[in-house]
Design a protein around this ligand. Sequence first.
Ligand code: NAD
Ligand code: MG
Length: 389
Amino acid sequence: MRRISIFGSTGSIGCNTVDLVQRSPEEYSVVALTGGRNVAKLAEQAKALGAEIAVTAFEECGDALKDALAGTGIETAAGEAAVVAAAERPVDWVMSAIVGAAGLPPGLKALEHGGTLALANKESLVTAGPLLLETAEAHGARVLPVDSEHSAVFQGLVGEDIDAVERVIITASGGAFRDWPIERLKEATVAQASSHPNWAMGQRITIDSASLFNKALELIETHQFFGVDPERIEALIHPESLIHAMVGFRDGALMAHVGPPDMRHAIGYALHWPERRDLPVARLDFAEIGSMTFQAPDEARYPALALAREVMRQGGLTGAAFNAAKEAALDGFIGGRIGFLDMAGVVADVIEKMSGEGLGKAAITLDSVRHTDQMARRWADEFIEERQR
Ligand code: NAD
Ligand code: MG
């Protein structure tokens, strides 16, 4: 039996992972499940999968979790440190599906046991890519991408030489506002930004898809994970979300990964790798689909993409500042403090402010990432306040 843990099991990626695991329970022994405030769901999953321990990231939810699992023999714990402690339990496979920078510490801890880290938490690569990959290497662990575009690139590279890669194209649906005139974006509400045309995902990544901040994170993720030069990585609007990525080789050939917009494909690929197994995803009928369309992203409408290029140019801790500023700006938008278009402005202001501090050259450690993250959130709050005045 494979021992597995799922970090962020109650979220969108987490629930899809639980769904796949539950289809062949005899193959897995579930060690740790972690979640946030949705204690009822976490307890239900822990019982259904017979987990060893269930952990909520929030201390104030600890009692409710304990009550919900009383008499089951399943251990419980609460708080940030308890999430990291759960990652100390050795397993063969870990799903990293916490949202945001909070996913980095448990992911790093899990790598110390070797085994496989299935990485949905793209923020880990954006904030601390080199640290994550070096930690994996030092402990003989493996990181497998779960973001659909990166799983697609990974699959396109099987049996290929990375030096023969000329370009990598990752696609973007364009999000909730792709058909809106640019003048209207100022008025976009949280509810409108929280509905995705093709994918069912958590609220934060859905809003990031509408602003293309998600694609911006993914450009950086591609650069960090595959080591491809920023100039060779392109984002392409593809409203149907059927091609997830294309890898172009020096002979002009392109390998495109095509599939339905269902995260269980990328999760299942990482779960069963290097094998392919049956997965419960829809099969595409191209005669019915008829056509697929593409467009270059409009950089004026989506300033997040240019910001990502600046982050890759500067390197070092700039990714940590970028991600934290983006998370704070997103909180500001969700909390009604700033408008949709202000998010990119706030992030740009933070990057500009912090660039002079030698961010690009600083060493990436868990402490330096944390420090940069806190500074960036503080600056972002200041720039958000400025916009409210
Ligand atoms: P979600 O919001 O649905 O779920 C997030 C999970 O993290 C939940 O279990 C939540 O309880 C937990 N969590 C939230 N705050 C936390 C904190 N401070 N500490 C510890 N745990 C916390 O998010 P999601 O859409 O499942 O996305 C998870 C990750 O996967 C993100 O990094 C996202 O970018 C990435 N991703 C998601 C999708 C998708 O289809 N949803 C696709 C590609 C990549
Ligand atoms: Mg993606």
